[in-house]
Ligand binder design. Structure first.
Ligand SMILES: [Zn+2]
Length: 885
């Protein structure tokens, strides 16, 4: 990768050195004040290692003002240290254990980056991952420095009646003679500074209890804005289920007396796993049938679980350095996906996860921002909280289950927990545990962590009736990515089935003395041939079942084979995949036809296959809904891969939706009616599945733009007794330029104007309408009283939604979409660089566009790159997006 930059030196994995100084304990005394919060930090430091050359002490800071400095109780003379806003250096510290007392003052109200100590409304809160702690006090702010924290917080009682920090509460009371009070929290588990958290404010709380598997009682508390307590029930229920699941699935028990979640409305991310005190974006805590959709409920369940699971994978065992981010994130995403699969439907969860992977990570992997699951260089770590680190990182862990089998996988996890508890670990140490329990050589497997790009596997199968063999030729390649022009072959676990005429799997037996374990072929060479013996009839190949490897697969399956698999494959993932492949082939063809002003081709076989899935009463409704959902515009564009015209992609997809709605009108309407429910809303997976299918039917019917279908949507909007059905109807209507749409949008705002999280849905819907007026509408909405550039949720709901979920209008041929995004990035950057950089990364696929749009997107990116005083976050994205390799 070309790392020539004006500012910010790149950090490289190869330069890692253990810290010169360790911190045994941190005593913090934080006196909260809106503009001048005083932080006293007493660190007990000791040299790391065996008394080699005396090392200076260099502590990280960012925008800090030092007020006082004492060493072992005595003020340090000014000539013995240098304090800048970004660093505190003591050139000749004593080469022994000593105590350093540092007093700094920070202004939480002026902190618009939302990193460090800041205010969300009137609430004080912190966000320290990745490098936010250095904005609170000077500290060796790196994850391999793990210390025991004791935190005293003091504040005006009236301003902040609730004072929280990590660990267990050990003391609290009034400060005599003042209107102030204090609380002291102690966390006995050594932790890196990024897991520190502190909260103060007027918060209401919902409390519950949990008895762990060894019989310990844990208090559970969720803190929210007063009045929002009734909306915490689902989050609390999810938390208890997650705690139980981690005990049964991985033998992991919670370790403190109390577990707390605080919901705040200004938050850069989804949530943060601070030890014992998770801080959440309120969007992922608050839910009621009237305010949240099924998707919201599902997300809440998954994110509550994800952050809770970090207590072991992330907190008890943390990362040695930020290059190892996937060690905690990939593994924890894998664990939360498994949790959701067990709570809901394994097949539906898997399909949903793969859809997400393909439409985010595969696209990232194919563009200029591609990077390995474990990067080796970064300029701004905030830019590596990516789909590659999270979602592909989870797939890499999942592959271990296919390569080694579920039992060895669990043994490896147990060894990892036992061997590394309390460590700041590396990917090598993690993978070594699996090698040790299984005896497998995982050297080649490590390439999944170091090679970027989505591997492509081509499969060609041939049946020999005389020899009764099925010969499968496999060839793999990994495309070039920035900084990695040529690649080594990967180890690719491919779950396989040979499906017989009656739809049942034929027995798998490899010839030539080769064995097949757990139904998985393991491809390790650039090309290999597997010959199955004793195959009594010509089978249909079902490969990469359950998406056992995160690859792009090309197989010589004809339309008849795909329709057969769609109807019969024992693997539900590949049933779904067969329909997607059929639809993708048609949509790619039709996109080309649209560009040539030709007429779209119809595929009666695909329509019949979709009809058959709809008619199959044995399938779960949530699966049928996924089967009826066509590949997204981004997926089609990814398949086309060059000279993409987003208007043509949109037209092809919308045309096929209308064809499905037309062709299956009767059964769709029949399902729509049959699936209607009159009882109270229940958020469980089965009920949610029925609603999803019903709303998918409605959407396909309305794609025809027929008046009766639009009437149906308008009626559903009015009659809905829950947010899922109301939003689904409104979303369907929003795609049709009819008077009902404006009326419903106005009505929606009037109903929910005082609920910011619901107004976000209203903003998103309007940003994603695929019509030319949308850009002006989005611009106008930035002036709406409900909108604020200071709140990341509002910005994401309106502007990120426009850039990421409205391919057609963001990629307007006149470039006005790019210009708007770039203007917004430049305006946001000085205030919140993280959110600005995320937004700019919406341009990551610019190179695949047709020449006109490509030139406009490039010009927009160049305008950012040339702007003065960019944050490292935004400048890094702009430079990488434009880099030539
Ligand atoms: Zn995480």
């Amino acid at each position: 990768m070309d790392m020539r930059t004006e500012q910010g030196r790149p950090v490289r994995l190869e330069d890692y050195r253990p810290p010169d100084w360790l911190v045994e304990s941190v005593e913090l005394d934080v006196s909260l004040d809106p503009t001048a919060t005083r932080v006293r930090a007493a660190l007990t430091l000791r040299p790391n290692g065996n008394g080699a050359a005396p090392a200076p002490l260099m502590l990280d800071g960012e925008a800090l003002t030092l007020r006082a400095l004492k060493l072992d109780g005595a003020a340090l003379p000014p000539e013995q240290f240098v304090a800048t806003p970004d660093q505190l250096t003591i050139a000749q510290p004593p080469q022994r254990r000593f105590r350093l007392e540092i007093e700094t003052v920070v202004d939480p109200s002026a902190n618009t980056q939302l990193l460090g100590l800041y205010r969300s409304g009137a609430i004080y809160c912190t966000q320290c991952e990745a490098e936010g702690f250095r904005r609170i006090t000077y500290f060796p702010d790196r994850p391999d420095v793990m210390a025991v924290y004791t935190t005293r917080i003091e504040a005006e009682k009236a301003d902040a009646p609730v004072l929280l920090a990590n660990g267990n509460l050990v003391a609290s009371g009034d400060v005599p003679g003042t209107m102030r009070h204090f609380a002291v929290w102690h966390d006995p588990f050594p932790k890196p500074s990024y897991l520190f958290a502190l909260v103060g404010g007027k918060l209401a709380c919902v409390e519950d209890r949990f008895r762990t598997m060894s019989g310990r009682e844990v208090t559970l508390r969720i803190y929210v804005e007063p009045g929002k307590e009734p909306r915490c029930a689902y989050a609390m229920d999810s938390l208890k289920r997650a705690m139980r699941w981690d005990e049964t699935a991985f033998g992991r028990e919670y370790d403190l007396d109390i577990f707390m979640i605080v919901a705040v409305s200004d938050f850069n991310m989804g949530a943060m796993e601070n030890k014992g005190l998770n801080v959440f974006n309120d969007k992922y805590v608050l839910a009621s049938p009237e305010t949240a959709t099924d998707t919201d409920f599902e997300r809440i369940e998954a994110i509550i679980a994800h952050e809770y699971f970090h207590n072991w994978t992330g907190n008890r065992i943390t990362c040695r350095d930020w290059f190892q981010l996937c060690l905690k994130e990939g593994l924890t995403v894998f664990r939360d996906q498994e949790f959701s699969a067990d709570q809901r439907s394994r097949a539906v969860e898997r399909i949903s996860d793969v859809r997400g992977l393909r439409s985010h990570q595969f696209i990232e992997d194919a563009g200029p921002l591609a990077h390995p699951v474990r990067p080796t260089v970064y300029r701004e770590i905030n830019n590596f909280y990516t789909a590659t680190v999270y979602e592909k990182g989870a797939e890499v862990v999942r592959m271990l289950t296919h390569l080694l089998g579920p039992e060895n996988f669990l043994k490896g996890m147990n060894l990892y927990f036992a061997r590394h508890d309390g460590d700041a670990a590396t990917i090598e140490q993690f993978v070594q545990c699996f090698a040790d329990v299984s005896g497998a050589d995982l050297t080649q497997f490590m390439l999944w962590y170091s090679q970027a790009g989505t591997p492509e596997v081509v499969a060609t199968g041939r049946y020999d009736a005389r020899a009764k063999t099925y010969r499968l030729d496999l060839a793999q390649s990994v495309p070039a990515t920035p900084g990695q022009p040529s690649k080594e072959p990967m180890v690719v676990p491919l779950a396989v089935g040979l499906v017989g005429r009656d739809g049942r799997d034929l027995p798998l037996k490899l010839g030539a003395g080769r064995a097949i374990e757990h139904g998985v072929l393991i491809l390790t060479e650039p090309a290999d041939t597997f010959v199955f013996a004793d195959v009594g009839e010509p089978p249909v190949l079902s490969l990469n079942r359950g998406f056992s490897a995160p690859i792009k697969l090309g197989a010589n399956l004809c339309a008849d084979d795909l329709r057969f698999l769609a109807a019969h494959d024992a693997d539900p993932f590949n049933r779904w995949q067969a329909l997607q492949t059929l639809a993708t082939r048609l949509l790619v063809d039709n996109t080309a036809a649209m560009r040539a002003n030709g007429a779209a081709r119809q595929d009666p076989g695909l329509l019949a296959a979709l009809g058959a899935v709809l008619a199959d009463g044995t399938l779960e409704p949530a699966f049928v809904a996924l089967a009826l959902t066509l590949p997204g515009e981004a997926d089609i564009a990814r398949e086309i891969a060059r000279d993409v015209d987003p208007d043509a992609v949109f037209a092809a997809r919308r045309g096929l939706q209308a064809a499905v709605g037309e062709h299956l009108a009767e059964p769709l309407l029949d399902h729509y009616r049959r699936l209607s429910e009159s009882g109270p809303y229940e958020p469980d997976a089965v009920s949610a599945g029925r609603r999803t299918l019903r709303n998918t039917c409605l959407d396909l019917l309305a794609a025809t733009q027929r008046a009766d279908a639009i009437l149906l949507a308008a009626r559903q909007y009015q009659a809905a007794n829950n947010m899922t059905d109301r939003m689904a109807a409104l979303s369907t209507l929003s795609l049709c330029d009819v008077p009902e749409r404006a009326a419903a949008l106005d009505d929606f705002y009037a109903r929910y104007a005082d609920d910011a999280l619901i107004v976000d849905k209203w903003l998103t819907l309007q940003a994603t309408i695929p019509e030319p007026a949308t850009l002006d509408r989005v611009k106008a909405l930035t002036k709406h009283p409900a909108f604020s550039f200071a709140n990341p949720n509002r910005v994401r709901a309106l502007i990120h939604a426009f850039a990421l979920a409205n391919q057609k209008e963001f990629n307007r041929a006149d470039g006005a979409g790019y210009d708007f995004i770039v203007d917004t990035v430049l305006a946001l950057d000085p205030k919140n660089p993280q959110v600005a950089a995320r937004l700019l990364s919406a341009l990551k696929s610019w190179r695949v566009l047709e020449p006109g749009r490509r030139a406009r997107a490039e010009a927009a990116l160049r305008r950012v790159a040339a702007a003065p005083s960019l944050s490292p976050d935004v400048s890094d994205i702009a430079q990488r997006a434009l880099a030539k390799d």
